[in-house]
Design a protein around this ligand. Structure first.
Ligand SMILES: [Ca+2]
Length: 313
């Protein structure tokens, strides 16, 4: 009992010394279970009009070029049509992968050092790792016992089942995500979990801003029309993978939960990182594979879509 109290008070003492976001992050499980169920993927016409309005508000005189040009139009078109998608249950990292966690993979000889490691603006232990390409990100997730998320897994974790445009709701709030403006309190990267009030419906942090995140899917602007409705995984060929969520360098319209940005798989960037997903039935063991079936969870949710497909968070 006394030992338990000592441990508990030591933990509180550590938490009290940490910035608010870090304390919040440490108090919660690192991996979140998302039950099997339906969600709405993609954007409605109203959502796309909102995105253009947000872009125009941000860019002022440059808006006609940046917000009404071909590039944004093509990106927005790729978010349609909006469709209901079924996903089997999975687990996903609550936060972006940090430099601290990446360095464990480097120490184990399984990952190369991140290209941004050593840059004081970008590589504090609790900051998200960046400067890693798609293949390196996949190697990290394999080391952690998982994989990169599919686009659909990422989007559902970011917006839940109610079609929200941002993890916290429908309207942009410039104090709830580390983005292009310094009004959010950060000039460069923020320690992961620095915006607890901006958590997604599933309790994930930084699903808008801080760093873009690699997904497993290859990019195809037409794929929302053609791919399957159950556990979609994107096209089989293509050199670009989809990145999600926007970053500390992004304008507000790029931080929406539905935006799909293609990025060459072999390239890295100082604002592109990752988080991983894991089998729902196998608890994650950082750095040490899986123990299949060891802690089987009764989620209470069906594993496959029923004929009528009930809604599920
Ligand atoms: Ca992010």
């Amino acid at each position: 009992m006394r030992r338990a109290l000592l441990v508990a008070s030591a933990a509180i003492g550590v938490a009290a010394m940490l910035p608010p976001g870090e304390a919040q992050r440490l108090a919660l499980p690192e991996v979140v279970l998302i039950d099997a169920g339906w969600f709405w993927r993609g954007s409605s016409d109203e959502d796309l009009a909102y995105a253009i309005g947000l872009c125009e508000r941000e860019w002022g005189e440059q808006a006609p070029e940046l917000c009404r040009g071909d590039l944004l139009a093509q990106l927005l078109a790729a978010e349609t049509p909006q469709r209901r998608i079924w996903l089997s249950a999975y687990r996903i990292d609550r936060t972006e992968v940090t430099h601290e966690r990446w360095r464990r993979c480097v120490a184990a000889g399984r990952c190369p050092p991140a290209r941004t490691d050593g840059d004081p603006r970008l590589s504090a232990p609790a900051m998200p790792v960046t400067g890693v390409d798609f293949f390196e990100a996949e190697r990290y997730c394999a080391f952690a016992g998982g994989r990169l998320p599919t686009e659909a897994q990422w989007e559902r974790a970011a917006r839940g089942a109610d079609r929200r445009r941002f993890p916290w709701g429908q309207q942009f709030n410039d104090r709830l995500a580390n983005h292009r403006s310094p009004i959010d309190g950060f000039r460069y990267l923020a320690p992961v979990g620095s915006f607890p009030a901006a958590a997604s419906p599933h309790g994930l942090f930084d699903m808008a801003g801080n760093v873009w995140e690699w997904t497993r899917d290859r990019f195809d602007a037409e794929s929302y029309s053609t791919d399957r409705s159950v556990d979609p995984e994107g096209p089989a060929t293509g050199g670009e993978r989809v990145t999600r969520g926007g970053s500390w360098r992004s304008s507000a319209d790029l931080l929406r939960t539905t935006l799909r940005r293609p990025w060459p798989a072999g390239s890295s960037a100082p604002d592109l990182g990752l988080r991983c997903v894991y089998d729902a039935l196998s608890p994650q063991r950082p750095g040490g594979g899986r123990s299949r079936g060891a802690a089987r969870e009764a989620t209470g949710a069906p594993r496959h879509p029923g004929p009528l497909g009930g809604e599920s968070g």
